[in-house]
Design a protein around this ligand. Sequence first.
Ligand code: TXA
Ligand code: MG
Length: 330
Amino acid sequence: MNVGLKTLILPAGAAATAAAARALADGALVAFPTETVYGLGADATNAAAIARLYQAKGRPAFNPLIAHVGDLGAARQIGLFDAKALALAEAFWPGPLTLVLPKTADCAVADLATAGLDTVAIRIPAHPVAREILRLFGRPVVAPSANLSGHVSPTTAAHVQSDLNGRIDLIVDGGAVAVGVESTIVGCFEAPMLLRPGGLPRAEIERVLGRALVQPPVDADSDSGQPLAPGMLASHYAPRATVRLGAMRIEPGEALLAFGSHPVSGIDAASAVMNLSARGDLAEAAANLFGYLRALDTRGARTIAVMPIPDDGLGEAINDRLRRAAVGRK
Ligand code: TXA
Ligand code: MG
């Protein structure tokens, strides 16, 4: 890896996707856009490349990664699909859904990527740049969000650069992403479980399953010693600033992260104001969420006050990320 050197950035296109596929085959680390957030890719079958990926992110090595593949055939080589998993795959792939499945006997994904679990997380992304890289590369690509561990996820190439410049080999710049929050993760266990709310609303998944998704046990993280979705550690999404939720008035000097058009008292004394969606659109708010948190953080606000956001549809994922941001960095 290029540690200390400048990371190459290429605009998305045939030359960039070809360079990305070659770099992955060489064991290099490549950031690329998916429809949810930018991912930091490595060859899922190459344990040395995956070790460098954990290092570049500063990520605890017990935290398993999502294997990204180009089509259902490739997914079935690494994960065992039952009827429910297949129904979800057919309804929502390519798209912002990750399925956690039992590994196949000859699953090529390195143990380091699955943190030694006997399950594997799989996703077929919808972004054309991600799809083209996966097609050219022809093997599964593990890709966590392309940020330093504990920072908010990147939704532009510039975010990736500001966290990982000099720590990774290549960034493919495909512009701002469409969804803005990470994929929804469903554990395909006896009773399908919502491991992480995300870019695909729960209700759409439940409609296809014909039943409600069960919730993970409340303190799965501490009880079993083997977390179900260990990336969901409470402090995962922390910006530098203190985050205060449900704010209907703001204190002098606070930055305001607004939603909708409700009036907020004290707004004149705010150090900065950004509105996730003035028209109250949750999809627009999700797409803006991480970029606005970064922007307010960069301006040096001590506290970011966040207005209440409805919990339906994509609001569940937005509020989940905001609660984690409010816990603060550990
Ligand atoms: O939208 C996304 O999912 C993005 C883009 C790049 O695809 N990726 C992403 O990856 O968010 P990451 O590494 O930041 O989050 C992966 C999550 C973590 O919470 C991890 O614990 C969970 O998936 N995970 C991975 N394998 C798992 C497994 N076998 N069982 C349970 N959870 C798993
Ligand atoms: Mg992440």
